[in-house]
Design a protein around this ligand. Structure first.
Ligand code: PMV
Length: 326
């Protein structure tokens, strides 16, 4: 049967990928480090069959044109590898709000790549799977791996892929996500990457990025949460300084985003180790240690601007499921 289902988790970048040196191949200007999140995932079933005349794509019970074209392009890459013209039905379900800065394209394209390759009996290594997923979504090349992940900044398609630097068992860190809005964000990362070079500060960022990558790996290895947290929060603010000073300026935050950032800093003053990071959206990831997860969750739930709080541990690799979505 040419049918398979995978569950892949989204991730949050600790040192962020921003800007591409090759648009078509999605080669990033810099390497990045992330953790994948066990409780924010996409489940995708793919079936290839001669009974389908065209690809049919359903994401969160809807057929949306923009995503559908990107999915079909990726199915074409996979069909070419498997040397088949069979059309596919794809059904995908997220358990968190998509297109709100929580990297649903990462988990979505990771689950799609794994399910489609498995359905077509393509036996790819982790490295090959990461290279393939990268061409659909940069973040997805990290999400196919799982745990603490590094995306290597290669200059060619074959050298730009992700590896696990530590498994999820290495260090128990919790992500408490403050959802301040679940409407679709107005900044697309795909478009945003192309404006990175227009910020006067972008070259400075690139000069320091490898030092930051080495530092974060050291802090993860030694499980130094204070140094880890200070670095990821500073990195988040530097990344947003690039967005703010790009032409045109990209302001991802909403008033609720800033209220959460200030609450996190106040929590630290009261002795709770918590640090924020934010992608191109307005929702905020707050990283903390297990003993403080409840206190952080309760503090965020009290804020009128926070609609919902999602909590997550770090995930292992994506999983193949035996139950299909159709
Ligand atoms: O994979 P994209 O094109 O959605 O870009 C992701 C960009 C950031 O989330 C801001 C950073 C990252 O490394 O995930």
């Amino acid at each position: 049967m040419n049918k398979a289902t995978f569950q892949a988790c989204t991730d949050v970048a600790l040192i962020k990928y921003w800007g591409k040196k090759n648009e078509q191949l999605r080669l990033p200007e810099n390497g990045s480090i992330s953790i994948t999140l066990a409780d924010l995932h996409t489940i995708t079933t793919v079936e290839f069959s001669s009974s389908y005349n065209q690809d049919e794509i359903i994401i969160d019970n809807e057929q949306l044109d923009i995503e559908v074209n990107r999915v079909i392009e990726h199915l074409n890459r996979i069909r070419q590898l498997a040397n088949t013209a069979l059309r596919a039905k794809v059904v995908s379900q997220n358990n968190f709000p998509k297109s709100t800065g929580l990297s649903s394209s990462g988990s979505g394209f990771a689950a799609l790549t794994l399910a489609a390759c498995t359905a077509l009996n393509l036996n790819l290594s982790d490295k090959e799977m990461s290279i393939l997923a990268r061409q659909a979504s940069g973040t997805a090349c990290r999400c196919v791996i799982g745990g603490f992940v590094e995306w290597l900044d290669g200059n060619t398609s074959d050298t730009s892929y992700s590896t696990a630097i530590f498994s999820n068992q290495h260090w128990d860190i919790r992500d408490v996500v403050a959802v301040v809005d679940s409407n679709i964000k107005d900044i697309s990362s795909t478009a945003g990457h192309t404006t990175a070079q227009t910020s006067n500060f972008y070259q400075t960022r690139l000069q320091h990025i490898n030092r930051k990558i080495n530092q974060i790996k050291k802090f993860i290895k030694s499980k130094d949460f204070t140094q880890f947290g200070e670095l990821i929060e500073q990195e988040c603010l530097e990344f947003h300084a690039i967005l703010l000073t790009s032409k045109p300026s990209l302001i991802a935050w909403q008033p609720g985003t800033i209220a959460v950032m200030k609450t996190v800093q106040a929590l630290r003053k009261s002795g709770i180790p918590a640090y924020f990071t934010i992608n191109t959206g307005f929702n905020v990831h707050v990283l903390t240690l297990p003993a403080y997860q409840l206190a952080v969750t309760q503090a965020l739930q009290k804020l009128p601007c926070v609609q919902n709080v999602l909590t997550s541990q770090i995930s292992a690799k994506p999983q193949k499921l035996s139950t299909h979505l159709f």
